[in-house]
Design a protein around this ligand. Structure first.
Ligand code: HEM
Length: 368
């Protein structure tokens, strides 16, 4: 049975709603959730714009700050994560010509993102919990300003999204490495090494270049997914930390929020948060350009081994650039601002510039 054919056609044809395959239904769910939350981000974004020009009497200031807190999180997690996760849960099995490891788990990811986003948005909307999306310490645990219950439910919503994200990560890596039932045993370790590893870098120095076991877009998705996993770990840990303070507050024994070092926390948090902006976004975007360039031209990617190596370097670089978010922070050590904030950050110009160059040359090479 041709899996791809079944995926595209369903039982009776592509556009008959009743004949949608479980895979198609799952992906459509992600698209719908992503677009609904895009609408949330858009409406609140426009309201904020209007408010910034002339404060509206119907929106009290703390409601505005509640919106400013929820808006980026709805945009990033509710909308962008849904659309990107849905696309990659389709692309990885499609490009590898094998079924997704678990459609059920993918549906859980979609459900957890949908429910988690609504949970934190609604908690913010009702209680005006507003430590902003950067959650700088001690704001998230400052119960003189914010409702402890509002905060609890808000952070719980974020935690649900992170659990859904961990399921996505698991599904992607399992899909790359597993052997579907009834198939000849696949080399799981080799596939993972090709998806994650240094094969492009090694090939640069080999005389007889080796064939790669996974295609370049799959390698890009795998490497961006490493950053997605690290980010989920940091945000989950931070959420649990904040929840401990909140639960203690509710139990009547307030922990002193000053026991956390605010600067250390800021560095920790930005290290994790920046993996979205400077890691997975750049890597996913480069992978998407490569996929489009090869689909449009029908040609092999120009300098493919360099592209693979650059994706690997980009992943490592993304772990060391967080300090550019703390440039105007007086307490941030100067060497971190210069080394991480400026010098390593500038390296992204090289890796992303290379991706841009490779994409353009591939397109140019197909000219009549
Ligand atoms: C679709 C229409 C959108 C509009 C009209 C809009 C509008 C706005 C406005 C007015 C602000 C406040 C700027 C400020 O006062 O500093 C803002 C902040 C922000 N938005 Fe959007 N936005 C939109 C979509 C999105 C989406 C889809 C995302 C994420 C994927 C996003 C992420 C952010 C972030 C990260 C901030 C910064 C928040 C902060 O500084 O605390 N926005 N947006």
């Amino acid at each position: 049975m041709n899996f791809i054919q079944t995926f595209m056609d369903g039982e009776e044809g592509l556009f008959k709603p009743n004949s949608l395959t479980p895979m198609q239904k799952m992906i459509l769910r992600f698209v719908v959730v992503g677009l609904v939350y895009y609408l949330f981000a858009l409406v609140e974004g426009m309201l904020m714009r209007v408010y910034q020009v002339t404060p509206i009497a119907a929106i009290p200031p703390d409601q505005y700050f509640g919106m400013l807190t929820a808006h980026p999180l709805v945009g990033i997690f509710g909308s962008t994560y849904s659309i990107v996760f849905g696309a990659f849960l389709f692309l990885v099995p499609f490009l590898m010509s094998k079924p997704l490891w678990s459609i059920k788990l993918a549906n859980w990811t979609c459900g957890l993102i949908a429910v988690g986003t609504f949970t934190f948005w609604f908690a913010g909307f009702l209680t005006h919990y507003a430590p902003l999306y950067t959650l700088y310490w001690p704001l998230p645990a400052d119960f003189t300003q914010f409702s402890v219950w509002g905060g609890n439910i808000f952070i719980l919503g974020i935690a649900l999204i992170m659990v859904g994200t961990v399921f996505f990560v698991l599904n992607i890596f399992k899909t790359i490495a597993y052997t579907p039932e009834g198939w000849a045993k696949q080399d799981g370790k080799g596939l993972m090494a090709s998806a994650l590893g240094l094969s492009g870098l090694k090939n640069l120095f080999r005389k007889n270049k080796k064939e790669h076991m996974v295609s370049l877009p799959v390698a890009a998705i795998a490497r961006g997914t490493v950053d997605t996993a690290l980010n989920a770990g940091i945000i989950l840990f931070t959420g649990v930390l904040i929840l401990i303070y909140m639960i203690a507050e509710i139990a009547g024994s307030s922990l002193k929020h000053s026991s956390i070092d605010a600067l250390l926390y800021k560095n920790w948090f930005w290290w994790g948060l920046d993996l979205i902006a400077d890691g997975l976004v750049l890597i996913f975007v480069a992978g998407t350009w490569y996929l489009l360039a090869t689909l449009i031209t029908g040609k092999k990617l120009f300098m493919e081994n360099w592209a693979r190596a650059a994706l690997f370097v980009e992943m490592v670089v993304s772990w060391t650039v967080w300090s550019h978010h703390l440039m105007s922070d007086q307490a941030q050590p100067g060497f971190l601002k210069i080394l991480s904030g400026e010098m390593v950050t500038a390296f992204e110009l090289i890796t992303q510039g290379l991706a841009f160059f490779i994409t353009l040359i591939t397109l140019w090479s197909a000219r009549p």
